[in-house]
Ligand binder design. Structure first.
Ligand code: UDP
Length: 328
């Protein structure tokens, strides 16, 4: 039986990865410091023989007894509001955290896959973004703590690969959505759905002409499994190339939820990328992968999850007031 360590296991993506590797017959060790993750996302796994959980901050030395075949490094705050609230932890988990994971992988002879991001492309001048594009990132802007941590993480991972011969994989994840996203993480989808469920107006930032391309979580997880099992060590984009404007997206959420509320416009945060769409030619060619779940189906599945949350959860996780964080 193969053993896999998943950092950020209690987060949105980490918890779906735990589910997938349990289903595939692995012994799964989840690790999380629970700053942004929630035990609720993995509580159904605690009764299983082949799931263990370590409450640990990966920015500190990591000790895991026994053998390890794979490590997935998914621990990191990953939404603009999170990395504005906890910028130092965001930098630490992408730098000290990856160093600890790399050291552990080297000791155990494990293969390491790291979660990178489309944010490494910044506010891109090339559209859609292929892996060869080096990006347009502001290191000292508010997003810099996330973007540069992830860029450093890629550099560190490549250095261990070339210098120590470590088996490494790098996935650049574009906007992904699905059940278990945090209602108050500030991301556009939980923001809009939370607003609709609470009977509030939907807040579109800027004029809503900025674009994003949303990938359903199950498609992403399938791509990650394929990348882990491939022999390709350079970065690979994973995302859904179906691109829409944020205004159109708000209209889709209004239709989906049947809310009577309207769209209101707020200031656009500084350095908010104007357009984003993955070029997934590489994933198609190397992994024979492309997304299968369209936005209509994915949004219905996601809405079904949010609808089940209790009134208390909806209020307790009231959408963060972004005004405090307008990045001027
Ligand atoms: N956004 C918005 N209203 C919100 C939250 C976000 O219009 O309540 C916009 C945000 O400015 C950005 C897009 O939606 O242009 C996607 O934002 P998100 O935080 O989900 O991800 P990212 O900017 O990292 O792609």
């Amino acid at each position: 039986m193969k053993t896999i360590l998943i950092t950020g296991a209690a987060g949105f993506l980490g918890s779906h990865l735990c589910d997938r590797f349990i289903k595939d017959g692995y012994h799964v060790i989840g690790m999380d410091n629970l700053i942004t993750g929630s035990l609720k996302n993995i509580e159904h796994l605690f009764k299983l023989e082949h799931f263990e959980f370590y409450h640990h901050d990966v920015s500190k030395f990591i000790h895991v007894p026994g053998k390890l075949d794979y490590i997935l490094h998914f621990a990191s705050p990953a939404s603009p509001i999170d990395y504005l609230k906890i910028p130092i932890q965001t930098l630490k988990v992408g730098s000290l955290g990856i160093h600890n994971c790399l050291g552990l992988a080297k000791t155990k002879g494990a293969r390491l896959l790291i979660a990178s991001t489309s944010e490494v492309y910044g506010d891109p001048n090339v559209h859609p973004q292929p892996e060869e594009y080096w990006g347009n990132v502001n290191p000292v802007g508010p997003r810099g703590v996330y973007d540069e941590a992830k860029r450093f993480q890629e550099a560190m991972t490549m250095a261990y690969h070339t210098f120590h011969g470590l088996e490494t994989r790098i996935v650049r994840i574009f906007n992904t959505y699905g059940p278990r996203m945090r209602l108050n993480d500030g991301r556009v989808l939980p923001a809009f759905i939370g607003q609709a469920l609470r009977g509030e107006d939907l807040t579109v930032f800027g004029d809503g002409s900025q674009t994003r391309s949303f990938c359903y979580v199950d498609d992403l997880v399938e791509g990650i499994v394929r990348l882990l099992n491939s022999d390709y060590s350079l970065p690979v984009n994973l995302g859904n190339p179906d691109e829409i404007t944020i205004s159109q997206f708000a209209e889709e959420i209004i239709k989906l939820t049947g809310t009577k509320q309207k769209v209101i416009y707020k200031d656009l945060p500084v350095d908010d990328p104007k357009q984003r769409r993955p070029d997934i030619s590489k994933a198609k060619e190397i992994l024979n992968w492309e997304p299968k779940i369209n936005r209509k189906e994915g949004l219905e599945r996601t809405y079904a999850y949010f609808k089940k949350l209790s009134k208390e959860e909806l209020i307790a996780t009231e959408h963060n007031n972004f005004d405090k964080f307008i990045l001027k």
